[in-house]
Design a protein around this ligand. Sequence first.
Ligand SMILES: NC(=O)c1ccc[n+]([C@@H]2O[C@H](COP(=O)([O-])OP(=O)(O)OC[C@H]3O[C@@H](n4cnc5c(N)ncnc54)[C@H](OP(=O)(O)O)[C@@H]3O)[C@@H](O)[C@H]2O)c1
Length: 341
Amino acid sequence: MKTLLIGGTGLISSGIVKALKTRGADITVLNRGRTEDRLGEGIRYLQGDRNDFTAFEAMVAAAGPWDVVIDMICFNPAQAESDLRAFAGRCGHFIFCSTVCTYGNTQTILPTDESCHQSPLSEYGRNKVACEQLFLRAHAAGKLPVTIFRPSHTYGPGGPVINNIGWGPTFIDRLRRGLPIIVSGDGHGLWQSSFSEDVGVGFAYAAGNPRCFGQAYNIVREEVFTWDQYTQRTAVAIGAPAPRLVHIPTDLLVAIDEARFISSLGEIFRYHGVYSSAKLRRDVPEYNPTTALESGIRQTVAWLDQHKKIEPAESDPFDDRLVSLWDAFTHDTVKVLGPQK
Ligand SMILES: NC(=O)c1ccc[n+]([C@@H]2O[C@H](COP(=O)([O-])OP(=O)(O)OC[C@H]3O[C@@H](n4cnc5c(N)ncnc54)[C@H](OP(=O)(O)O)[C@@H]3O)[C@@H](O)[C@H]2O)c1
């Protein structure tokens, strides 16, 4: 199975390559050669920038045709159009990595499945929907067999450990030192997290599978936890003390610093993120995401430590300043409005 990954050395794509190796695929990755390469032996490389459309299309045409192409880094319709020029008629199966952010927050049923209406909140989600539609139209027109994958939060070595209010690099240091951790709302928002190597198996075993042609799949580990539980379990996983969780209203956080919070908390983490992968498990039975949150977090934090990517809490005083103001507000409000002693 002659397979091209556009990207290939990134977080999810490294997991796909690992699983494709298990399948014995012939693997080529196309990227700029900037991201750390953890792929090991037996990979072919094409070096280039996918946004240089003329050079990109010529390079992949010359190296093709392909049995399977997996595009991990298509984020807008111009890139999707470039893919269609490059691969229509030269590719047996095209897989597009989209996102659950295409659904937005209008779902009335949880877990969200692929039949739910797509009404994205963010520009990122709207662009991914536009790409999905371009690819599915090309599929319907018989130009190339297409499959859409919609990952939810996916983490692992090569990426950060997120927290409920963002992906700032001080979270792990705060946990280790027992500093307060801000969780938005009442901490009961629902969340799922999937380990990158598990997600890679789903992509790799869908590759070339005719049951997947013309289909869209959520790809998640379906265990659901609250953000409080996520934070507490992350602390346990890394041997940190039980964290003091400080619950602050989401609207207040966004009002304080919209630029800081909008693309994480404001558009994503404030909403329940609960999705079904039943359709994928039906069509790709090899997809069996078994990595427990604790194990995945330990592997990710080991990578972050090794690469010195964990920042000390002092490098971002925002959380401590906000917690002390919130504590004072809570204390004063209870004193003024609470039952008089
Ligand atoms: N992680 C999540 O929680 C999550 C959730 C939903 C959806 N997704 C989707 O997952 C995809 C990201 O997957 P990933 O984690 O494997 O990717 P990634 O970590 O973002 O890695 C990016 C890869 O693409 C290459 N690259 C970046 N810009 C390039 C360019 N202009 N030309 C050629 N190569 C380029 C990088 O190598 P070089 O830097 O060396 O070029 C690297 O191999 C996106 O489509 C995203 O929407 C992720």
